[in-house]
Design a binder for this molecule. Structure first.
Ligand code: ADP
Length: 652
């Protein structure tokens, strides 16, 4: 039965394009991808057979078979795993089956140059075969089914699916018609080296069989022989595993191609018995911030793969962790559905989180808060290192979600955190901040906004600066969400400089600033009258007008109500259409500023009513600009500004 040529789904075409033109310098990784798929197929059949043992039928030993046919120029990777029927072939090999691939394309679309940099972290799976083959034929029979199917493609024009005339053995055989320039992959030694390099950790036997060219007397026909060690890597003693083996295992489980930042390998015995081999990546996965991303830890029970999609195994804020957890306590026939709420899983999760946070804490501790590496060889076994601060900059936003999600580990996560700060170090941890507190200072002061550099010059910081008070500059959107939950670190409350009342008068000014203290400030009835006049002029545009305790040089600033949301959070919510409009701000005025002193004089007289109102509106708009808030009427602002400028320039 002949099938017409089907076109690839548009996205497949694009992936193939990337693969064939330039994706990998090392073409040999196609073999890793095919062996990895074959291993997954065996894993899946073994799992299915727990419930339906007859699926294993006459071939109970699961294995992967690589056949080199030197005469025909063919390389075949065959497994006796789960197999694919017609629908599976179309769905898995004709479309982008992997959500990861789809998201990769999305990222590529958006990211441009950055997207291209991401390619290195990314495995394209099956399609990698087209780097070395100009034709790929997949013959497959699904376990438990009778009919076999043939999928074939040149990787350019599309693919076809036809029924096999004879009943093939169970599982999948992927045959590559090697390109002229890829004949090196017919060399058995080369194949063996590649398998040992990338796939030694595969838990099923990988057999290599060679058929020499007819007439070739040099190459002996080789009977199938096993070329990997086929024991679960995580069950081997740590000192018998090489760095390279660990690394390749990481590449396999994580579908990532960097060197891991951290590796955590241990066996727990006692209340719970399990082995874990976990990895923390060094480079930020391109979809780290995507809430759909899930952790990449596979659950095994007594060496049998159960699932790689058990959300409850790790909290969401650790979604960058990958690896394997192999439980001795769970039942082999445990159903995937009940695992989600399983008590053993819940206990393992707790222990795993602890281990991961402890390992991260070791890294953080090995480094001084300002990013310098402390002495000692902490983490040296993991090879070339990124500094903790570097790593934190990439992964911190996700770890900070844990401050909300995981109240139990809050202190631990806070201890890992690094923040931008007005202190000279540029970055700090919270311990460091507390140690630098000024006499009389109890709270941890912060200011939050879209851009830390702009925040440094914010008017709301002026008084704090004059008193030598360090301020954290929070420019990560997630900060707005955990701060209201966390409230304090040790005995120190977090306090926003842009919300509610801030009174720093208990903290003595630093020397240079002390002189200004004496400068005449508006007070008493004069100040009251000015404020009343300003309120009348601004009406509903502000919630309140009040004298400021945080300004020094600037005339005005905006602040949010003590009970309400911080201004930045409101802007964020507005942007994401979570709220309809910003709440009204409080306008704080600087009673020492000459402009306000002059306005107080104007308020005292009866004349200049209109001019006073215009000035008040101009000041409000100015405060909005500094805060990064939209002006309700930019042309009115511009008109007022020009008018006062013209007046200022006019000859006396
Ligand atoms: P990935 O393996 O990362 O999901 P691939 O592009 O390599 O992505 O493969 C796509 C899908 O095709 C797999 O998810 C799997 O369902 C199916 N597949 C590939 N190779 C095999 C195989 N040897 N046996 C069974 N299914 C396979």
């Amino acid at each position: 039965m002949q099938d017409t040529l089907r076109p690839f789904e548009a996205d497949v075409g694009r992936v193939l394009d990337i693969v064939v033109n330039s994706l990998y310098r090392e073409r040999e990784i196609f073999l890793r991808e095919l062996v990895s798929n074959a291993s997954d197929a065996c894993d899946r059949l073994r799992y299915e057979s727990l419930e339906e043992p007859e699926l294993l039928g006459e071939e109970p030993e699961l294995r992967i078979h690589i056949l080199v046919d030197r005469g025909k120029g063919l390389l075949t990777v065959r497994d006796n795993g789960i197999g694919m029927n017609r629908e599976d072939l179309v769905a898995n090999l004709g479309t982008i089956a992997r959500s990861g691939t789809a998201r990769f394309l999305e990222a590529l679309e958006k990211g441009g140059k950055e997207g291209l940099d991401l390619i290195g972290q990314f495995g394209v799976g099956f399609y990698a075969a087209f780097m070395v083959a100009d034709r790929v034929v997949v013959l497959s029979r699904k376990a438990g089914e009778e009919r076999g199917w043939i999928w074939a493609s040149d990787g350019r024009t599309g693919y076809s699916v036809t029924e096999a005339e004879e009943r093939p053995p169970r599982g999948t055989a992927v045959t590559l018609h090697l390109k002229e320039d890829a004949k090196e992959f017919l060399d058995p030694e080369r194949i063996e080296t590649i398998v040992r390099r990338y796939s030694d950790h595969i838990t099923f036997p990988i057999l290599l069989e060679v058929r020499p060219k007819p007439g070739d007397t040099k190459t002996k026909k080789q009977e199938p022989r096993q070329i990997n060690s086929a024991s679960a890597l995580w069950t081997r003693p740590r000192n018998e595993i090489t760095e390279e083996q660990y690394r390749e295992f990481y590449h396999h489980v994580a579908h990532a191609f960097d060197d891991p930042y951290l590796r955590i390998h241990f066996t727990a015995e006692g209340v719970l018995s399990y082995t874990a081999l976990l990895f923390v990546p060094a480079l930020r996965p391109f979809d780290l911030l995507d809430p759909r991303r899930r952790h990449g830890v596979k659950l095994y029970v007594k060496r049998v793969f159960i699932t790689d999609a058990l959300d409850s195994l790790l909290p969401r804020y650790l979604r960058f962790v990958t690896g394997v957890v192999d439980s001795e306590d769970l039942q082999l026939n445990v159903s995937r559905e009940t695992l989600q709420n399983n008590a053993v899983v819940a206990r393992m999760r707790k222990a795993l989180v602890r281990r991961i946070l402890d390992a991260l804490a070791e890294e953080a501790k090995a480094e001084k808060p300002d990013g310098e590496q402390a002495d000692g060889d902490a983490g040296a076994e993991n090879g070339k290192r990124r500094s903790w601060l570097d790593w934190w900059r990439d992964f911190g936003p996700v770890l900070k979600e844990g401050l909300i999600e995981d109240a139990e580990n809050r202190e631990r996560i806070l201890a890992l955190a690094r923040f931008k700060t007005t202190a000279e170090t540029g970055w700090t941890d919270l311990e460091g901040y507390l140690a630098r507190r000024r006499p009389g200072q109890t709270a941890i002061y912060y200011i939050s906004g879209e851009n830390a550099e702009a925040l440094r010059n914010h008017p709301q910081l002026e008084e704090a600066r004059a008193r030598g008070v360090e301020v954290l500059l929070l420019d990560d959107p997630v900060d707005e969400f955990w701060l209201p939950e966390v409230r304090a670190f040790r005995d120190a409350e977090f306090r926003s400089l842009t919300r509610g009342e801030v009174d720093l008068s208990a903290i003595p000014p630093v020397e240079e600033a002390a002189g200004e203290e004496g400068e005449a400030a508006l007070a008493g009835a004069e100040l009251d009258r000015l404020i009343a006049r300003m309120k009348a002029a601004l009406g509903d545009a502000v919630r309140d007008v009040r004298p400021s305790k945080r300004l020094r040089e600037s005339p005005v600033c905006l602040v949010a109500e003590g009970q309400g949301l911080d201004m930045r959070l409101e802007r964020f919510l507005l942007q994401h259409a979570q709220i309809g409009e910003l709440s009204r701000r409080i306008l704080e005025i600087n009673p020492r500023h000459p402009l306000l002193r002059r306005m107080a004089e104007m308020a005292a007289g009866d004349g200049d009513g209109e001019e006073f109102d215009e000035l008040a509106r101009l000041l409000l708009d100015q405060a909005r600009i500094v805060e990064g808030e939209p002006l309700p009427d930019p042309s009115a602002f511009s008109r007022r500004l020009s008018r006062f400028l013209a007046k200022g320039l006019a000859p006396a």
